[in-house]
Structure formats: structure tokens, C-alpha cells
Design a protein around this ligand. Structure first.
Ligand SMILES: Cc1cc2nc3c(=O)[nH]c(=O)nc-3n(C[C@H](O)[C@H](O)[C@H](O)COP(=O)(O)OP(=O)(O)OC[C@H]3O[C@@H](n4cnc5c(N)ncnc54)[C@H](O)[C@@H]3O)c2cc1C
Length: 297
């Protein structure tokens, strides 16, 4: 086994300086859930690991008085699931985090590690797409903000440069009358992270006629990256949710997504499941939109 240098960064600046020094040879490690598997399988042999799990700035959850949410990249899925402030502002995030595997994965895995892994089946990216989140990225000379909707570029590939790390995710306060929901189909045991389909919805209704005034959707397991289905969103805007809308939506959605068939499900079956999960999730988000504030209390 080759030697591997290890740096336990204490600040974002220290982590970024190490990344710059390593010139593409280092890997950030947060919870290590994904990295440990890749290393055990021999798919990755890092020469330098930069641990960011104890960087204070990356471990904060902040919910402003207006409901805007900032989550540090090293916050674990368990911490997201347990945050009463997040649940009050955006219940979809609580549902999403609670759906992740099991306690072992939730207690170690981080929201930032999950997003930066860019697995097409990852749950946090799906929620971030629906919520039109912003990713604050730290580099050697400055930070920059990247919209979640342009962060996922290809299979396991993101917009991060080799000397950048994800610092935090920023989610704007839900508008009054906005409802959010997360739905997932996973015909598997919690520890078998194989074939899943997920949908996240953020929906705002027109108080006058009950039609959809604005909508954000994210889909998981429906392509090589987490999917932001723009055509489906456009179709739904201005419509009321009823059987006719769901039928038209299905036709557009199955054209827009390109799921990959696997040993469990064919691509066609995944298309079908995606339309069913999205329909269910839309209905829940619509019900919550009556309560307002993302459906929280
Ligand atoms: C059995 C099992 C079941 C699972 N089930 C689910 C599930 O149901 N839903 C789901 O969404 N996920 C699931 N996962 C995936 C799991 O949630 C992720 O692997 C985990 O969240 C990754 O976070 P981490 O902190 O451990 O990342 P790490 O393993 O530490 O890092 C992952 C990648 O992200 C990079 N990275 C980490 N942090 C940063 C940062 N701040 N900036 C830049 N790059 C960074 C690393 O360099 C690496 O490339 C499952 C995993 C397992 C093993």
C-alpha cells in the first residue's frame, strides 16, 4: 500500500491552501463514507487526504428569522434530520435526510460529501435542485456562489475546481404559500444503496384560482446526474393539479428523463416509477402550500 499524507484542517483557508499545494493530487474527506468504499475497492488511491470534518465553519446550521437556511458542508445527515429549525422552515429537508439509508450512514455521511460525490441517486442534490439552492464554494483567493442547478455536470462530476471545496449550502426563505415535499421509491434494504427513484418539490400556489404560480422539482435515479426537469416545471406552471394535468405531465416527464436500467429495474420501469413518485410528491407539496412556509408549523 502506498503512503498517504493526512491533514486535519482546522479552517477553510487551511484546507483550501492544502488543496492548492497538492495540485489535484489531494482529496477532501468529510465523513469518509463514500471515500472509504472507493479506497477499499481499489478505485481510489489518494496520496493526500484533507480532513474537513472538524472545521467549525463547516459544521453550522443557521436558520434566519425569515426562514432562510444555511447548512455547512460538514453537517451530517443526522444533524439535518434532527434540526427543529430546519423542520419548521422546510420540512422537505427533514424528510429527505431521514430517508437516507440508516443511522450508521446518517451519523457519518455529510450533506457536503453527498453533494460533492454527485451520485445520481443521492437525495440531498435532489432537494437542492427543487429548492434552487446556492452552493458557496471556497477557493484559494475567494469564495464564489454556484447555483445547484448548474453544479452537477456529469456522472460523479461537479463544477468544483481541483483547488475548491464546498463551504455551505444556502436556501432562500420559502415564500408564504409555498409547500415542499420529498418522496422516494426504494425497493431495497437500508444498507443496499442500489436502485432508488426520488422526487423533491417546492410549490407555490396562486391563492386566487389554486393554480401553480411557481414550482421547483428535483429528481434522483433518473439519469447520470441528479435531474432538474425544466420542461416538466414549465408545463406545470399555471395549471391546477388534476388528472388531466398529471396525464400530460407524465408524457413530458418520460421524454425528459433518461434513467439507466439496472439489474433490478428497466429504464422504462424507472420512468413509470418517476412519474408516480412525482405525482404523489406534488400532491403533498400542494396540501402543505395551504399551510405556507414550506408546509412547516
Ligand atoms: C450503505 C449505504 C447506503 C447509502 N444510502 C444513501 C441514501 O439512501 N441516500 C443518499 O443520498 N445517500 C446514500 N448513501 C451515500 C452517503 O450518503 C454518502 O456517501 C455520504 O453522504 C457522503 O458523505 P461523506 O461526508 O461521507 O463524504 P466523503 O466520503 O468524505 O466524500 C465524498 C466525496 O465528496 C468529496 N467531498 C467531501 N466533502 C467535500 C467538501 N466540503 N468540498 C468538496 N469536496 C468534498 C470527497 O473528496 C469525495 O470525493 C449511502 C451510502 C452507503 C454506504
Amino acid at each position: 500500500m502506498s503512503d498517504c499524507r493526512f491533514t486535519a484542517a482546522k479552517t477553510v483557508e487551511e484546507a483550501v491552501a492544502s488543496l492548492a499545494e497538492a495540485r489535484g493530487e489531494a482529496h477532501i474527506i468529510a465523513g469518509g463514507v463514500a471515500l472509504a468504499i472507493l479506497m477499499n475497492e481499489g478505485l481510489l488511491q489518494p496520496s493526500w487526504l484533507i480532513d474537513v470534518s472538524r472545521v467549525t465553519e463547516l459544521n453550522c446550521i443557521e436558520v434566519g428569522d425569515d426562514g432562510a437556511i444555511r447548512i455547512g458542508a460538514a453537517v451530517t445527515h443526522s444533524e439535518v434530520a434532527a434540526s427543529t429549525d430546519i423542520a419548521a422552515s422546510c420540512p422537505m429537508l427533514t424528510e429527505m435526510a431521514t430517508e437516507i439509508a440508516c443511522g450508521r450512514v446518517m451519523n457519518r455521511g455529510t450533506i457536503g460529501g453527498n453533494i460533492c460525490l454527485a451520485d445520481p441517486q443521492g437525495d440531498p442534490p435532489v432537494a437542492m435542485l427543487a429548492l434552487d439552492a446556492t452552493f458557496r464554494v471556497a477557493g484559494p483567493s475567494a469564495t464564489r456562489d454556484v447555483p445547484a442547478r448548474s453544479f452537477f455536470e456529469d456522472l460523479y462530476t461537479t463544477a468544483l475546481a481541483e483547488d475548491e471545496l464546498l463551504q455551505e449550502v444556502i436556501i432562500a426563505a420559502p415564500t408564504a404559500g409555498c409547500g415542499t415535499a420529498f418522496g422516494k421509491y426504494a425497493a431495497r434494504k437500508a444498507m443496499d444503496y442500489s436502485s432508488t427513484i426520488s422526487a423533491a418539490v417546492s410549490l407555490e400556489r396562486d391563492p386566487g384560482d389554486g393554480s401553480i404560480a411557481d414550482i421547483g422539482i428535483g429528481l434522483g435515479g433518473c439519469g447520470v446526474i441528479p435531474i432538474w426537469p425544466e420542461m416538466t416545471e414549465t408545463l406545470l406552471r399555471g395549471r391546477r393539479l388534476n388528472d388531466e394535468t398529471f396525464a400530460v405531465m407524465r408524457d413530458v416527464l418520460v421524454q425528459e428523463i433518461e434513467p439507466i436500467g439496472d439489474s433490478l429495474y428497466s429504464a422504462d420501469y424507472k420512468r413509470h416509477v418517476a412519474s408516480v413518485i412525482l405525482k404523489r410528491t406534488l400532491k403533498i407539496a400542494e396540501q402543505r402550500s395551504v399551510a405556507g412556509k414550506g408546509g412547516g408549523s
